[in-house]
Design a protein around this ligand. Structure first.
Ligand code: NAD
Length: 336
């Protein structure tokens, strides 16, 4: 399989490394606009042997290399990735993207979704949004667990994670390092958004279970630190914000059917908070799943984006979500 990766940041370079190290995929091109990478050999940038593919800041890479699939890891938002997806599809390439809004774009972006779906079908290719969350922990995993239930009444899930490994952009969108007053102002002005993905996860679960969601309520609260915390990009004094406690409740009529909680902060262990992923399903049978510590976000996103490459390449054409495709599985374990 011939792959182009678009975006060579924390996630894109991980996907690129998996492809370089696999025996059945070839990294035929890498696109990134960062001058630090442009013109350099991908293998050397990854700390491996010379690979013979250089990072370029040109979309022509796709037309010139004619890949089976383009893996896009540039942005969270449809407004940014839609032109990239469009260009790849028009060059007859399948697409995987980890843009959070693409995990389930159908409800919030119906026109764009219809356009992408028809474009993909016209060119005979598949488009998928995936990632650890949205894309797996608070949606695909839950949907898979409901497969052993005859009737589901309610889903409650929680992902408690550590933001420490992430960069400046994530800290800013989560409000880490702000004062409580700055956090409230950021929420009002839209510079602090918390988790990007609740509407997408709720959309995917409710479509899978046939629930008609009539109302979604989201709440974002600052996690105020009582101790000093520090990462390579941010310092948090006691009394300042160490993260965002973001939650969402979805209603079918007046009944709350989905509750999702995603408190994210740097160094949660400094205040005795253990990370973990928890799912409760209530119905004809009750299921309670605990994964401790959390499934690590960066590594898992890189893995699932890589693992979905063959599935997407051989899927029926169109715009898909994770619930439309076969169960994800590790593809490099036996073949590498
Ligand atoms: P990053 O900032 O480390 O990397 C992004 C890279 O894309 C950078 O190297 C940048 O130069 C490049 N880029 C951006 N726009 C470009 C363009 N138009 N042309 C060429 N290159 C471009 O970010 P990351 O940590 O790798 O994450 C990438 C995106 O994926 C983020 O928006 C992040 O929120 C999202 N993400 C989603 C999930 C999920 O679970 N769905 C998980 C992790 C990250």
């Amino acid at each position: 399989m011939r792959v182009v990766t678009w975006g060579f940041g924390a996630m894109g370079r991980g996907i690129a490394k998996n492809i370089v190290e696999s025996k059945f995929m070839k990294l035929v091109g890498v696109i990134d606009k960062n001058p630090e990478f442009i013109g350099k050999d991908v293998g050397e940038l990854l700390g491996l042997e010379r690979y013979g593919t250089r990072v370029r800041d040109s979309i022509d890479v796709i037309e010139e290399t004619n890949p089976d699939i383009v893996a896009i890891a540039t942005s969270s938002f449809i407004r940014d990735v839609l032109p990239q997806i469009e260009y790849a599809v028009k060059n007859h390439s399948n697409v995987i993207t980890i843009a959070e809004e693409m995990a389930f774009p159908f409800d919030l972006y119906p026109e764009e979704s219809a356009y992408m779906d028809s474009l993909a079908k016209r060119y005979g290719v598949t488009i998928l949004g995936t990632g650890v969350n949205p894309g797996f922990v608070l949606d695909t995993l839950i949907i898979a667990l409901t497969g052993v239930c005859t009737k589901v009444e309610k889903v409650i899930a929680k992902r408690i994670n550590d933001l420490s490994p992430f960069g400046r952009t994530v800290m800013e969108t989560q409000g880490v390092g702000t004062t409580p007053e700055e956090f409230e102002k950021g929420l009002k002005e839209g510079t602090i958004v918390g988790h990007i993905g609740f509407p997408q996860s709720i959309g995917m679960i409710s479509r899978a279970l046939g629930w008609n969601i009539t109302k979604v309520e989201e709440e974002r609260k600052p996690i105020i630190s009582s101790v000093y915390r520090e990462t390579s990009v941010v310092k948090v004094q006691p009394g300042m914000v160490a993260g965002c406690n973001h939650s969402a409740k979805a209603y079918a009529g007046d009944k709350c059917v989905i509750e999702l909680y995603h408190p994210q902060q740097i160094h949660p262990h400094l205040e005795g908070v253990d990370t973990g992923d928890y799912v409760e399903i209530h119905g004809d049978i009750d299921i309670s799943l605990s994964i401790r510590p959390e499934i690590p976000g960066g590594k898992a996103t890189i893995a699932i984006a890589t693992n979905m490459i063959p599935i997407v390449t051989y899927a029926q054409p169109g715009l898909k979500c994770m619930a439309d495709l076969p169960v994800p599985r590790s593809i490099l374990s036996s073949i590498r």
